[in-house]
Design a protein around this ligand. Structure first.
Ligand code: HEM
Length: 472
């Protein structure tokens, strides 16, 4: 009997769903939803995802529907449509992540929210990463970059992406905690790396699986963070780092953030900061390596700074990092070419009309940053690495490596600062050669050069440096 009731209810909900979709179908954007249940997920994963999206755009135009990862979705490949979803009508689209991933990072992290809670957290994160605060971090970021480069120059092959991940993790820790005790940093590093390994694995709680291990590491991270929080509370000092901002925050009613809210947001920021910046840095090294003439111009720009700093004996200053126009353009062009965040996900919270099309409530909406960054209408010869294109500001809403609107990246200035400092030390004191000849892109899930760009780094000898500096 119970079985029949279930069958009846199941059939009824399917009927309602189909009926509703039938009502909507005529107004939906063009495109195909693929096979029942699996949609076009296999097509997406059996090829380079960028080829999948580019083909679709060519066939259907700048707005099209598909069905991937179990969700009916609408893809948007025009600057206006991205602005509509991320900026103008952002309240109609909520951030959406798989529950399994939300649980690993922490459901109270700002990027899973919108509205009042999101605004409060965002102000705190943004405030702690303000230009004034970043200015103070220059010497510490420089120390992290110098020490990383020195450790790579022992003559062995390194996986550039993995090493860049270590670097961006250190910088993330610095921005969050300021100076952290070595054992606590080690504990965070160890457990975070287990979490990182399981993040993209199949979400099962079966013992021994990467996901389960990540889940347990997340619990341990919570404990470590609780300990750090209570030590900081005991010290009663008001630090300007992220932890300080989170601990001192009070809402209008005097309410403070809970330990869970603080911990989830710390893990969230670490997560948002690490692979993104590491991937960007790896691409910069690859592009510079592949464009030797450009590398020479970057070297020439950095050489002037190096010399004015008593041949590297003085520290880089904040003002110097703000005046590296050629290097800055190389970074912008690397972000465009690589488009590390190729697209983002939102979910329509209600039926939305856009240019006569219906975006039904509950459907995923994906602004395709990469398609926009590679559209020849906005970036002529998009496959060509040409930093000079950034001599003119890109047209509005055509360049969004850090997203746009209420959820745009609050860490973008830190990421750029880190890249500028790293490039300065890299090109003035080191050279690097690639190991192996395999080219191509790997997704993990961010795009990185094949095998993480294995390379050998060499510290330039005094003679070599003299030659570069034109002193001999
Ligand atoms: C090259 C490096 C980076 C890139 C390309 C990047 C890109 C992005 C993008 C595209 C978004 C928006 C996602 C969306 O709209 O769904 C975002 C959000 C975010 N990023 Fe970054 N990011 C980078 C580095 C960083 C760093 C260094 C930090 C922190 C120290 C950071 C913290 C965040 C946070 C907390 C958010 C969520 C903001 C919100 O939901 O309000 N990111 N990032």
């Amino acid at each position: 009997m119970l079985m029949h009731v279930f069958l009846f209810l199941g059939a009824l909900s399917c009927y309602i769903f189909i009926k509703r979709n039938r009502r909507d179908t005529s107004k939906l954007p063009p495109g195909s939803l693929g096979w029942p249940y699996i949609g076009e997920t296999l097509q997406l994963y059996s090829q380079d995802p960028n080829v999948f999206f580019a083909k679709k755009q060519k066939r259907y135009g700048e707005i099209f529907k598909t069905h991937i990862l179990g969700c009916p979705s609408i893809m948007l490949a025009s600057p206006e449509a991205a602005r509509f979803v991320l900026v103008n009508q952002a309240h109609l689209f909520k951030p959406t992540y798989p529950k399994s991933k939300e649980n690993l990072i922490g459901p109270l992290a700002l990027f899973f929210h919108q509205g009042e809670y999101h605004t409060r957290l965002r102000k705190l994160v943004q405030g702690s990463l303000s230009l004034d605060n970043l200015r103070r971090l220059v010497p510490d970021i420089e120390a992290i970059a110098v020490s990383a480069l020195d450790s790579w120059a022992a003559g062995h092959v390194i996986n550039t992406f993995h090493e860049m991940k270590k670097l961006s993790f250190e910088v993330g820790i610095l921005a969050i905690f300021g100076h952290l005790e070595a054992t606590q940093k080690e504990q965070l590093k160890e457990n975070y790396s287990i979490l990182d390994k399981g993040y993209n694995s199949f979400p099962t709680k079966l013992p021994g699986t990467p996901y389960k291990k990540a889940f347990l590491a997340r619990k341990r991270l919570q404990e470590i963070l609780k300990e750090i929080i209570s030590e900081r509370r005991e010290k009663r000092v008001t630090e300007k780092d992220l932890l300080g901002s989170l601990l001192n925050s009070k809402d209008e009613k005097g309410g403070v953030l809970s330990e869970d809210q603080i911990a989830d947001n710390i893990i969230g920021v670490l997560f948002a900061a690490q692979d993104t910046t590491a991937s960007a840095l790896t691409w910069i090294l690859k592009y510079l390596h592949d464009h030797q003439k450009l590398l020479d111009t970057v070297k020439a720009e950095q050489k002037v700074i190096y010399e004015s700093n008593d041949n590297g004996n003085l520290h880089l200053t904040w003002a110097q990092t703000r005046n590296m126009p050629i290097t800055y353009k190389v970074i912008m062009e690397s972000l465009r070419m690589a488009s590390i965040i190729s697209f983002t996900f939102r979910e329509a919270v209600t039926d939305v009309k856009y240019k006569g099309y219906l975006i039904p409530k509950g459907w995923k909406v994906m602004p395709l940053f990469r398609n926009i960054h590679h559209n020849p209408e906005f970036f002529p010869n998009p496959q060509e690495f040409d930093p000079s294109r950034f001599e003119v500001a890109p047209k509005p809403n055509t360049f969004m490596p850090f997203g746009s609107g209420v959820h745009a990246c609050p860490g973008n200035e830190l990421a750029k600062l880190e890249m500028l400092i790293m490039v300065h030390h890299l090109v003035t004191r080191y050279r690097w050669e690639v190991e192996g000849s395999e080219s191509g892109i790997q997704y993990g899930p961010f795009p990185i050069p094949m095998h993480g760009f294995p390379a050998r780094f060499h510290k330039e000898s005094v003679e070599e440096k003299r030659r570069i500096c034109g002193a001999s």
